[in-house]
Design a protein around this ligand. Structure first.
Ligand code: CO
Length: 159
């Protein structure tokens, strides 16, 4: 196992469209293990392969309910629109408000290339959207909302 360096905003690799994964071999498994270790080491709730310098469609997420590995993930349905606070290991020491779908249906593959499909809501849905954006060269800072004090207070009440 190894901890990767996390690439920060300003590096072009974070702005590329990442390539589809076609080989589900031990190298992929090794990388997934190291990505999870890196995410936990830096107290992230998600990490996408471009953030460690690999332009491939691979993400790991753990919002506190266990590790989720997604290869070639896609959002196939979404509904709702909610404001929430986000941060990113590639944008150190900052946070910002972003509107995201409240619920998403995700299709992906697991580490063996088998198809998976699941529904995510709320914070997990937010993490899926944030990480999948990374695979398309999009960072949360591109989508910043500028809520009023009142809107921020409403979010805090819901939490
Ligand atoms: Co991020």
């Amino acid at each position: 196992m190894a901890i990767y360096n996390v690439i920060t905003i300003g590096d072009d690799i974070l702005r590329e469209r990442a390539a589809t994964v076609r080989r589900f071999d031990h190298r992929l498994h090794h990388m997934l293990d190291d990505m999870a270790e890196t995410m936990y080491e830096f107290d992230g709730v998600g990490l996408a392969a471009p953030q460690i310098g690999v332009s491939k469609r691979i993400v790991v997420i753990d919002v506190g309910d266990g590790l989720c590995e997604l290869i070639n993930p896609q959002i196939v349905e979404k509904s709702g629109n909610v404001l929430g606070l986000e941060g990113c290991l590639s944008v150190p020491d900052k946070q910002g408000y972003v509107y995201r779908a409240q619920r998403v249906l995700v299709q992906a593959q697991n580490r063996f290339g088998e198809p998976i499909e699941f529904e995510a809501e709320n914070y997990f849905a937010r993490a899926c959207q944030h990480e999948i954006d990374h695979l398309n060269g999009v960072l949360y800072v591109d989508k910043l909302a500028h809520p009023t004090e009142r809107e921020i207070a409403e979010i805090e009440e819901e939490e």
